[in-house]
Design a binder for this molecule. Sequence first.
Ligand code: ADP
Ligand code: MG
Length: 607
Amino acid sequence: MPKIVQLSAHVANLIAAGEVVQRPSSVMKELLENAVDAGASQVTAEIRGGGMTFLRVTDNGCGMLPEDARLAFSRHATSKLRQAEDLAAITTMGFRGEALAAIASVSRIDLMTKTPGAVAGTSLHLESGQILEESEVGCPEGTTMIVRDLFFRTPARMKFMKQDSVEGAAATAAVQRQALAHPEVAFRLLRDGKEIFHTPGDGKLLSAVYGVYGREAGTLAPVDSHWEQNTVSGYVSKPTQARPSRAHQLFFVNGRPVKSKLLQSALEEAYRNQIMVGRFPACVLHLTVPANAVDVNVHPAKTEIKFLSEKQAFDCVHYGVLAALRKLHDRQEVRLGEGKPVAQQLSSLQQILAESPRPQAPKADAVAQVVLAQKPMIPGPAPKPQAQPPQPPLRKQPQPAPEKRQPDPVQQEIPLPPTPDYQILGELFDTYIVVQGAQEAWLIDKHAAHERILFEKLRAQRQEVSSQTLLTGQVCRLGEEQTALLLENGALLEELGYEVESFGEGTLIVRRCPMELDPQQAAECLADLAGDLAQGRDADRDTLRDRLLHTMACKAAIKAGWKTDPREREALVRQVLRRDDLRYCPHGRPICLKLTQAQLSRQFGRS
Ligand code: ADP
Ligand code: MG
């Protein structure tokens, strides 16, 4: 065994640098945190060459005395922590006292700093962690730190750097995160001489969000709520504005940007059944917890944290976001092209003729729709009380409905006021119900709407889904493994309204199934559930239950293209227009689109 030696401070710093300083964005983060800790109200960041060749942070904070400036670059030198107990309740961004030492060990640094009221400031030049020059300078109060030639003596690390554009983007994101973490500080970022963004520092999170994301900020939903000792506030995207990745999920705990799987799932759970698979909500969420309820010292770069009570943190975010989403009242608008009135787009008669489709014999139902649409709007009569038994809906059902089957579950929903302030005009393509109100019209996707209504109804049956006994059991051939899995999960099946028995050789017989399904559909749903169980995916019960309820709702819902009974249609419309929870189908597609009179007037050049 070779002899053990104590590593030199320089080597120790290089090792720490491996953890703390991985790329320009990590340098940026540390310098910005120091500026915030110094009490700055204005911070300007600048990068060139993706931050590899030049990275500067200027602040108007408290500055450093000459002796502090020198000490700042040694390992474990910090002004933010004095004794072990302080670690239990950290309120500053930094506390480890190793960032400057680590950064200095792998770059060339110029520092200029001046404390308020001092006659002169201090200037230092360092290379590889050594102070090579020191002088007095005239400079504004605050601190400027310039980091050049990152990793110039550590080619091994240099090899891992990506193109300037990639590093530059990461450094930009680091500044954005700090700007969103500290709305009370005005941030400005310059990249290769151009301003990328700035925030006003007025203390309002929304102003910072506008600074960073521009107008998009206006489409976000505000979150603001308390839960036990915790507070959550910020902004989340609407379910229809989901993103293809989680890149725009930003969480801050006590002002510190953190990565947290816990908070991520608390957020996503709130969007459950409202968002398409493979899409993710965006957020800028600040969670405030008592300083001693969180351990920030679990990661060298301080980007991960540990909550004393994970449940409280989860619930705070989860219920906060849920409440915010519930408050969203607007329905999505139909987008009508580029907003230019047709009259302006087609200037000459020739052009209009050239661009109009060849005349075709009008189809009978097309004419019928035009007539319907031209009917002046009359406040509709009260819908007739459903005294007469509802007619069976026209459905292409593979099997006759079993005895106990309800003709249409929609009609048993909560009672609603009798006089509608809208009129159902008809249906487009046997798919979209057209409804007219006083100033606006709606297009309702009848399958999506019915699916959601059924889904909510099934979910509301908290304990057990109401079921029907099949006169002749439905045989369901699934294979040995899946059959066994289903039989093992008998209790879950029961909750879901199923009773199954083994029928030998990888086959089940369904004795009872949910009321909403016909036997064939029930068997198909079982196969889906068996598939989920077999893949072991989402082993958690609620998810499995929800997934099965989706499938059930989807199978039992009216399909696009089917002819719908007018009363069924009316019931659907009533539900959709009166209930705020009916916005998206369980897959996240919108149920209802709005078309306003103003929008049409604009489009036709009337306004
Ligand atoms: P930490 O932030 O964990 O204390 P750093 O290595 O990042 O450790 O910084 C060391 C010390 O240098 C800080 O504790 C602070 O006193 C001082 N310092 C760093 N940057 C600034 C700044 N921009 N303005 C004032 N003081 C600073
Ligand atoms: Mg620091």
